[in-house]
Design a protein. Structure first.
Length: 255
């Protein structure tokens, strides 16, 4: 059984997990999704917590709600930068609310989610704080991470790719893939010369962000992963089309 923690699970869980059928447990956290436990596809267990998370419990924190819910953040938009691009309206703030923020580690402990094998995280600027709060699980249990990383300061004070990559590398995670998205400025007739789905729409522009995929590499680091963890890592790398790595792991560990 593989457990996936999805921080920022707006609009449900990705279909990428369907190949595991009933052999997966999905745990989602999102302020716009209703809370509950249900049986999803193939009878798999799906749990959703309706809240905002950070590295500590806080009350009356300003939440900037964007026209597109995905872009809502506890941080302020960098208007000086973002207003120069077509995507300015995507993250336009339509209202502000005072909200409660829950410490992610404490939330998981209270809800008896003791560990997870894979982390997907897209929480608009709070990523590094949450990663550090989950450091013990990331060191001991988690095998891979998919995380939205910005290369430009879309939100004021937002950690960038270099900050996140440096931290994750210190925990034994390596970059395996980046799906880049490039944004066209207002004077560019093409809003997305390249989007994060890999669509080439013509021309070129400045890279803004990317979905970044990280995995541990027990061959390189001689990690003392259990045989169960190695088998899970092989399954996860296959799901993300990293077949050369999954085959290398099978050969190296005689599986």
């Amino acid at each position: 059984m593989i457990t996936v923690l999805d921080l920022g699970s707006l609009h449900g869980f990705s279909s990428i997990w369907d190949s595991l059928q009933e052999n997966i447990e999905l745990v989602g956290v999102d302020p716009f999704e209703p809370e509950g436990v249900r049986l999803g596809k193939y009878g798999r267990k799906e749990i959703v917590f309706n809240c905002l998370v950070g590295d500590k419990d806080e009350d009356n924190v300003v939440f900037n709600i964007a026209e597109n819910g995905h872009a809502s953040s506890l941080l302020e938009v960098n208007e000086k930068l973002v207003s120069r691009f077509h995507q300015y309206s995507y993250g336009r703030i339509i209202k502000k609310e005072n909200v409660e923020v829950k410490e992610i580690k404490k939330l998981l402990e209270e809800r008896e989610v003791k560990k997870f094998d894979f982390l997907k995280i897209d929480i608009e600027g709070s990523e590094l704080k949450v990663l550090k709060n989950l450091e013990e699980i990331l060191r001991e249990d988690c095998l891979g991470i998919e995380i939205e990383c910005f290369f430009q300061e879309y939100h004021l004070g937002r950690p960038l790719f270099s900050d996140i990559e440096t931290y994750l590398r210190s925990l034994g995670y390596y970059v395996f893939d980046i799906a880049l998205e490039k944004w066209g400025r207002i004077n560019n007739p093409i809003p997305y010369p390249i989007d994060h789905h890999g669509n080439q729409n013509g021309g070129n522009a400045q890279v803004m962000w990317g979905n970044c995929l990280f995995f541990k590499d027990p061959i390189n680091d001689h990690d003392s992963l259990t045989s169960e963890q190695i088998e899970k890592l092989i399954s996860l790398t296959k799901i993300f089309n990293q077949y050369d790595f999954s085959n290398e792991l099978k050969t190296y560990f005689n599986l």
